[in-house]
Ligand binder design. Structure first.
Ligand code: AMP
Length: 222
């Protein structure tokens, strides 16, 4: 099963995808996480990606598509994948369709998360993530704080703030999203693949609640 997570930064894609991974046993692949790993290791790809990510811009399509194309060859994703943060442009979506088609596969469900903009900004500046690459649990200092400040509840590693999680970068990330990525919703709507959900504290629906609804929805499809 190929599941795609769509939604502006801060809507909870990572949180929802993480829960789906543990409930459905399908690996989550986040292009943002892969880029951050390369940046940490200062590979050539990392240096290139950093020059875009630090400005809140998208990494060019050809680079990102190549990265995903290679990741899709790995044995752990042959029975299913949750793509978190890819595709972000129609070009990426078209290329993904071509890659999957060649293997007799297709995108099954596209989960489209929406959140009011003022909540997004508040969430992003309060977001902290576990620095342990095998854990990567996401916290929110207001909505979902760790028990001990700065420490992951699950694995005890240090919590960090992503470099691009600041008010200035968030604005350009949101602009990019609404300019480029929102057309993807139309692309997948035409294919009848969209499952939309509002993630908002105003209606008392956070990522965890939405993930539960999605798991039920997917189980009913089987
Ligand atoms: P994320 O962790 O999904 O918020 O991604 C962090 C940053 O990585 C984004 O703001 C982009 O600069 C870059 N990025 C991640 N995925 C993609 C993608 N599919 N296409 C282009 N850039 C991406």
């Amino acid at each position: 099963m190929v599941i795609i997570m769509l939604g502006a930064p801060g809507t909870g894609k990572g949180t929802v995808a993480g829960i789906l991974t543990s409930k459905l046993g399908i690996p989550q692949v986040s292009t943002g996480d892969i880029f951050r790993k390369h940046i940490k290791e200062q590979t050539e790809l990392g240096k290139l990606a950093e020059s875009y990510i630090s400005k809140g811009q998208l990494v060019p399509d050809d680079v990102t598509i190549d990265l995903v194309k290679n990741r899709l060859k790995d044995s752990d994703v042959q029975n299913g994948i949750i793509l978190d943060g890819f595709p972000r442009t129609v070009k990426q979506a078209e290329e993904l369709d071509k890659i999957l088609n060649k293997e007799g596969k297709k995108v099954d469900i596209v989960i489209n998360l929406t959140t009011p903009e003022e909540e997004i900004i508040e969430r992003i500046v309060n977001r902290r993530v576990c620095s342990n690459q095998d854990c990567k649990t996401i916290y929110n200092l207001v909505l979902n704080p760790p028990k001990q400040e700065g420490i992951c509840d699950k694995c005890g590693h240090e919590l960090i703030q992503r470099k691009d999680d600041n008010v200035e970068t968030v604005k350009s990330r949101l602009e990019n999203y609404f300019e480029l990525t929102s057309t993807l919703v139309e692309y997948y709507e035409k294919q009848g693949k969209i499952y939309s959900a509002l993630v908002s504290k105003a209606i008392n629906k956070l990522g965890e609640d939405v993930a539960e609804d999605i798991v039920k929805y997917i189980e009913n499809l089987k």
